[in-house]
Design a protein around this ligand. Structure first.
Ligand code: FMN
Length: 192
């Protein structure tokens, strides 16, 4: 396939797919959820997780106020919920009510955790820095929720139980298939 090399960067979806998560927040009695594809683990010790959030988001305002957030990973059956919370504004609508999103109780923060999540992190903000039009919000993971059956003994997602939500960009979603998994041990492959 011929390659295009260009300085017209555009929205650069070329590095997708990304796992689409749902970031939750609360300030006072106001709770909210938004879709997030720009997120990453940063450190194991201490356990740090980052999310890149536009300061325009209502979720961002709640996080600034409370200094807490949740990162929720839902199975592919809930991809419509990802699109719903990513396509509506917490300033205008109570997304939890409108989309009938069930909540679990957090243990270390006050932010709602989604019952549908096969895994979720409770995070306390330790840092934030603006990069261009987004803010990289870094949280220390203070509690983890996960469905035991959703993970293998090696702590990897069990694709027989759970299909993660992959976002391709341009409102397209997909998932992964267990039959495509390959075990490639780095010690063996690293020897060449
Ligand atoms: C799949 C998907 C991924 C998204 N990823 C991000 C993201 O990483 N960061 C961000 O700021 N907005 C992201 N958005 C946009 C927000 O979810 C969207 O603007 C949402 O309406 C914000 O809600 P709020 O204003 O109630 O916080 C994404 C949207 C979708 C549909």
């Amino acid at each position: 396939m011929a390659k295009i090399v260009t300085e017209s960067i555009g929205e650069f979806y070329q590095h997708y797919p990304k796992v689409a998560a749902i970031v939750t927040a609360r300030a006072g009695e106001k709770i909210n959820a938004m879709a997030a594809a720009w997120h990453s683990s940063i450190s194991l010790k201490p356990p740090l997780y980052g999310v890149s959030i536009s300061p325009k988001r209502f979720t961002y305002k709640l996080i600034v106020e409370s200094q807490e957030f949740g990162v929720n990973f839902v199975p592919f059956e809930f991809a419509e919920v990802v699109a719903a919370v990513g396509g509506s504004k917490g300033e205008e609508v109570d997304k939890f009510k409108k989309f009938a999103i069930a909540q679990d109780k957090p243990i270390r923060i006050r932010v709602p955790i989604l019952t549908a999540a096969y895994a979720a992190y409770e995070c306390k903000v330790v840092d934030d820095k603006t990069y261009g039009d987004h803010v990289w919000v870094v949280g220390e993971i203070v509690a983890v929720h996960f469905q035991k059956e959703a993970f293998t003994p090696k702590q990897t997602v069990d694709l027989e139980q759970i299909k993660p939500v992959l976002y391709l960009g341009a409102e397209l979603y997909s998932t992964v298939d267990k039959s495509r998994v390959r075990l490639l041990e780095r010690e063996i492959y690293g020897k060449g």
